[in-house]
Write a protein that binds this ligand. Structure first.
Ligand code: FES
Length: 143
């Protein structure tokens, strides 16, 4: 099973344009999602999106375990729209309690992405719907 998934995932990473019509993106196996591990992914872009916004970078996201619950967010700070992390897989504050934006230090609750401190206090990260299919976690692509 894992080999199959790795093959499908590698194909998605290698191909920035996905024409499958599927609105769900496989991001990792459930077994890979260990406590404290953040798995980052890049959203595929449609030809229409590329034609409309050719100079914009693709959206990225991340998935992690909040206790025993998998959660996924767009990797985009509501303050200035930049990615939260400055190192791969590093999203938590020094106390390991909140997600933290590395640019201006905003803190977000892992459970719902609400910003509880910083320049975007009261705003929130964009949560992504998650589903598990055959041991693979998938996120719903934003429309
Ligand atoms: S860009 Fe994230 S807190 Fe300013």
């Amino acid at each position: 099973m894992q080999k199959l998934w790795q093959s499908a995932y590698a194909n998605i990473l290698a191909c920035p344009l996905v024409k499958t019509g599927s609105s769900w993106l496989p991001v990792c196996t459930r077994a890979e999602l260990q406590a404290g591990r953040f798995i980052e992914f890049t959203m595929p872009r449609t030809e229409a999106e590329l034609a409309k916004h050719p100079d914009t970078l693709p959206l990225t996201g991340f998935v992690f375990l909040d206790g025993a619950t998998p959660r996924a967010y767009l990797n985009r700070c509501p303050h200035m729209g930049v990615e939260l992390n400055w190192k791969p897989g590093r999203f938590m504050d020094s106390d390991n309690l909140f997600l933290q934006c590395s640019t201006h230090g905003a803190l977000f609750k892992p459970k719902d992405g609400e910003c509880i401190a910083g320049p975007c206090q009261g705003d929130a990260l964009t949560a992504l719907d998650l589903q598990e299919s055959g041991g693979v976690l998938e996120v719903r692509l934003p429309e």
